[in-house]
Design a protein around this ligand. Structure first.
Ligand SMILES: Cc1cc2nc3c(=O)[nH]c(=O)nc-3n(C[C@H](O)[C@H](O)[C@H](O)COP(=O)(O)OP(=O)(O)OC[C@H]3O[C@@H](n4cnc5c(N)ncnc54)[C@H](O)[C@@H]3O)c2cc1C
Length: 475
């Protein structure tokens, strides 16, 4: 089953068949003609029509090595089976919260081995640099433009108990409360080790809450972070620039968001001066306040003359962020996401781009596994380029181990210049205990996106069958 997707402006049909049976594309989806979010009148973002489309010459998953393909099939088998996934989620959640030495994933070799060989290796790049280098090499060999690298340590605050959990790394265990905060120093060292692994054109994606309690307490209280942290972040940004890489700051839980945004804005003011964004802030479209927040950052970029780096996600903290801040339905979040994308790509958003109010220089990064949003954005961007209309740079990212059909399907599309869109894979690295909260979020995302998980599973199965048939037809 295939579908084709066409931008409303009559853009040539894009090769959506490359996405291998995208269930979500069997119907037409419109962004409502009156956005409830902005009050602005909006035309449909994309029309998805079922049409006859030739089978693609190459399946999107054909670039994946066989060992990784089989592991992906195993993980998607678990993820697409409610009982198996439910049990895995409960076990992961229990291990994340457990204080028992016996159940410590770093100390219990059996638990460590099982998690490493399954979920960890599927979603994470490695515990040490040598492993990460190998994973980067493998991912780049599949044709993506580059990698986004994250050192995974973070603070996760349970909104019900107000307790903060830290990954139990050795560096953090021995941290003492001195003038120089060892948590911040440990964060600086680990993030700089991450920068060392970047190549030109890659991205660093730091998590600021990984810098420990002094930083998270300052964020939560709306206070400035310690000078040591500002200096550490500035050094990280400098090194990223030296590497000819860029930085996508992760958006984390809502309690910390204002602090993260404000610190990142300071770095944008300093480093986004050469006409393009080196530093990006992440905006979560599931937050009802996201459109206004983006408008306020556009205003600052306009007034202060820096390029706004705008990474857009839907948001990953539904289970811990206050529910009332988040859109009531998934459809509302989808609509919010697509409305923002459309406004930025058309350079007309919340009054910016209208008479007397020029649109500030903005670079857009769409971190999404949603094939409709990604392809619609690509098509709209290409239409604007073709018609010589104002638009901005747009790039795409998916997480390692997630939505390979979207990543490699996007790479099969072609733009006006015959080049594929710029697509990146995001790799998390760090010890197993540091990656547990991240793994838990990925398992939950697979549970919530049932149809996409099934689509990915079916596509992987089809690719495995294709390879088996190829072996037999050769012999
Ligand atoms: C490269 C990359 C980087 C990322 N970085 C970040 C980051 O810095 N911060 C962050 O928070 N997330 C981040 N994410 C995760 C992201 O926020 C989403 O959780 C994830 O990508 C799934 O959303 P989607 O756009 O792929 O689409 P879909 O799978 O179509 O949408 C799922 C999302 O819709 C929203 N949703 C689901 N149900 C409801 C509901 N009932 N009501 C309202 N909304 C609902 C949630 O946001 C959910 O995650 C990143 C993802 C990628 C691929």
């Amino acid at each position: 089953m295939s579908g084709s997707l066409r931008a409303t402006s009559g853009l040539r049909p894009a090769g959506i068949a490359a996405f291998r049976a995208p269930l979500a594309l069997r119907h037409t989806r419109y962004v409502s003609t009156r956005s409830s979010l902005s009050g602005e009148s909006v035309a449909p973002l994309v029309t998805v029509t079922p049409t006859e489309v030739k089978k693609p010459a190459v399946s999107a998953h054909s670039v994946i090595p066989t060992g990784i393909l089989l592991r992906s099939l195993l993980v998607t088998t678990v993820s697409s089976h409610p009982l198996l996934l439910g049990s895995s989620l409960s076990i992961l959640s229990f291990l994340t919260k457990s204080r028992s030495l016996l159940l410590d994933v770093e100390r219990n070799p059996l638990i460590h081995w099982v998690l490493r060989k399954t979920f960890y290796d599927h979603f994470c790049a490695g515990e040490r640099e040598a492993e990460v280098h190998k994973t980067i090499e493998q991912i780049k060999s599949t044709g993506v433009k580059g990698v986004i690298l994250t050192y995974t340590r973070e603070t996760v605050q349970d909104s019900r108990t107000e307790q903060q959990r830290f990954a139990n790394t050795k560096a953090l265990e021995k941290a003492a409360s001195t003038d120089t905060c060892e948590h911040i120093e440990a964060w600086r060292e680990d993030v700089l080790r991450t920068v060392d692994m970047l190549g030109p054109g890659d991205f660093l994606a730091p998590k600021l809450t990984g810098a420990g309690p002094k930083v998270t307490q300052a964020f939560a209280a709306g206070q400035p972070v310690p000078t040591q942290m500002v200096e550490a972040l500035d050094e990280v940004c400098r090194r990223v620039v030296e590497k000819k890489a860029r930085l996508l700051m992760d958006a984390e839980q809502h309690a910390f968001l204002q602090g993260i945004h404000s610190l990142t804005l300071d770095m944008m003011r300093k480093y986004n001066r050469g006409g393009e964004a080196v530093i990006y802030n992440t905006f979560q479209a599931y937050l009802k306040a996201a459109p206004e927040l983006i408008a306020s950052h556009l205003k600052l970029a306009h007034e202060e003359g820096f390029t706004l780096g705008l990474k857009l996600v839907r948001g990953a903290y539904m289970s811990s962020d206050p529910r009332h801040l988040i859109h009531d339905t998934k459809e509302n979040t989808d609509q919010a996401y697509d409305t923002i994308v459309r406004g930025i790509l058309q350079q007309n958003y919340k009054g910016f781009g209208e008479k007397g109010r020029p649109f500030p220089a903005t670079d857009l990064f769409l971190a999404t596994h949603n094939v409709e949003s990604a392809v619609a954005a690509h098509n709209l961007h290409q239409t604007r380029v073709r018609d010589n209309l104002p638009t901005c740079k747009v790039e795409f990212g998916q997480l390692m181990g997630m939505a390979d059909g979207v990543t490699y399907g996007l790479l099969q599309l072609r733009g006006q210049n015959r080049a594929p869109p710029a697509v990146y894979k995001c790799l998390h690295w760090g010890s197993l205990s540091e990656c547990l909260s991240f793994l838990l979020r990925r398992a939950a995302e697979n549970r919530d996106a049932v149809s996409r998980t099934m689509t990915e599973h079916e596509a992987l199965k089809a690719e495995v069958k294709r390879r088996i048939r190829a072996v037999f037809s050769r012999s």
